[in-house]
Design a protein around this ligand. Structure first.
Ligand code: NAP
Length: 250
């Protein structure tokens, strides 16, 4: 795909990995609609960057997602790229009194929101000369953390949904990309003290994947994690969970 001149929607595009994806798309000549809740962060990216528009919405709420979709329908230019990046990762015990509520909230943002946006935008994307849907999952789909049950369920589900979407659109011009970052130095991993890469490296890998037509983009340690999960799945699952067990539960 040629990035220059494309119009992208990046959810959670004003912080962390999403911010670097926004910057990389802009540097490559695209325009970006950035969605998030924090208006101060949205204003900061809009004021600092040409070709950026913003829209404040809580994507965990289906009505807010409908409001965003109405805004997209009314606006121009038409979208060519959707980056489903907004997400949260919570460490909690399944025996806690609020475990079900926490799972529901996490599934709403990390699973239902990206699926909702992808399905709603799909008909329009299929009419574009070139288009891409990028779902940001995680290298942990190969070895999920036991102490982040909502995240593990959501990302595993989104990884599988992404494969379904790719299969059903295989004879179209739509590129369906799964971006599977390793641990990245953002606020999401503040309490995890394993090795982390910088978010700009993840964004650079995604841009490269979009340009070269990759289906799964595995930056940094995710490549090794993928290989290990095939060779010694039990070993890598236990090793990663020993590291993750050091993070206190909420
Ligand atoms: N960091 C990692 O190690 C890592 C590894 C693998 C995958 N990932 C994935 O990468 C994605 C980005 O994570 P990150 O590390 O960049 O996290 P982050 O720094 O915490 O950023 C999360 C982004 O999501 C937005 N967001 C959170 N809740 C939202 C909501 N309810 N509605 C709309 N936007 C919301 C935030 O914006 P507002 O606060 O303004 O809403 C923020 O822009 C996530 O899907 C995450 O699972 C991260």
């Amino acid at each position: 795909m040629k990035i220059e001149g494309k119009h992208a929607l990046v959810t959670g595009g004003a912080a962390g990995i999403g911010l670097e994806i926004t910057r990389a798309l802009i540097a490559a000549g695209a325009s970006v609609l950035v969605v998030g809740r924090d208006r101060a962060k949205l204003d900061a990216i809009r004021n600092a960057t040409a070709r950026v528009e913003t829209f404040a919405a809580d994507l965990a709420d289906a009505r807010e997602r409908e409001r965003l979709l109405a805004h997209i329908s009314a606006a121009s230019p038409p979208l060519d790229i959707l980056v489903n990046n907004a997400g949260t990762m919570q460490y909690f015990a399944l025996t806690g009194p609020d475990a079900q509520d926490r799972i529901d909230r996490e599934l709403a943002l990390d699973l239902h929101a990206p699926i909702h946006l992808a399905i709603a935008l799909l008909p329009r994307f299929l009419e574009r000369p070139e288009a891409a849907i990028v779902n940001v999952t995680t290298g942990l789909v190969y070895a999920p953390f036991g102490n982040t049950p909502g995240y593990s369920a959501a990302k595993g589900g989104l990884h599988a949904f992404t494969r379904s979407l790719r299969w059903q659109t295989r004879n179209t011009r739509l590129q369906v990309v799964d971006l599977l970052p390793p641990a990245v130095a953002t606020s999401l991993t503040a309490r995890y003290d394993g090795p982390k890469i910088s978010p700009d490296k993840v964004a650079a890998a995604l841009l490269d994947g979009l340009r070269t037509g990759r289906e799964e983009v595995r930056p940094g340690h995710t490549k090794a994690l993928y290989a290990m999960s095939r060779i010694a799945p039990g070993f890598i699952f236990r090793a990663l969970n020993k590291q993750a067990d050091k993070v206190p539960l909420d």
